[in-house]
Design a protein around this ligand. Structure first.
Ligand code: OFO
Length: 168
């Protein structure tokens, strides 16, 4: 496959792997700090990011390239609050959206329309994720420092993880 496209996809694999580790670190913090629902939600989301990574890995290999695993940094392990976590997640997802968009731009410049088409799934996924996390964050901001409100938010996140709760 086109080398520039392959390199860009490998770099995106690294970012998705980082996303998975970031949400795993956040899930661990939540579990250790009295937010079991948020922990369940984030453990599940870490798995989702790993799926994103694998989707890219298989695509690169299926197209005759070879997926590479690059160095992934250790994510922050400590957070001040649940609101800080979701603020960081939204910021990170915006960064991922920009990154996907720039890989998409490379595919167009290189006239690799098959990969551009493949990336559509990620573009749609990013719209959904940004909207999900910004809704959760808006609710947390409304709750503010209210402990009972945060307890309910934690329960709601648990329901969202199981796919049975109220929508965010
Ligand atoms: Fe959160 O969508 Fe992949 O990174």
């Amino acid at each position: 496959m086109n080398q520039k496209v392959e390199n860009a996809l490998n770099e995106q694999i690294r970012k998705e792997e980082y996303s998975s580790r970031l949400y795993l670190a956040m899930a661990i913090w939540c579990e250790a700090n009295g937010y079991p629902g948020a922990a369940t939600f984030l453990y599940e989301h870490a798995d989702e990011e790993r799926m994103h990574m694998l989707k890219l890995v298989h695509y690169v290999n299926d197209r005759g390239g070879q997926a590479k695993l690059l160095e992934v940094e250790v994510p922050p392990l400590n957070y001040a609050s649940l609101t800080e976590i979701f603020t960081e997640i939204l910021k990170h997802e915006k960064f991922i959206t920009e990154s996907i968009n720039s890989v998409y731009e490379i595919t167009l410049n290189e006239k690799d329309y098959t990969t551009a088409n493949f990336l559509q799934w990620f573009i749609t996924e990013q719209i959904e994720e940004e909207s999900l996390f910004s809704t959760i964050l808006d609710k947390m901001k409304l709750i503010g420092g209210d402990k009972a409100g945060m307890f309910h938010m934690d329960k709601e996140l648990e329901g969202m993880a199981a796919g049975t709760g109220e929508s965010a």
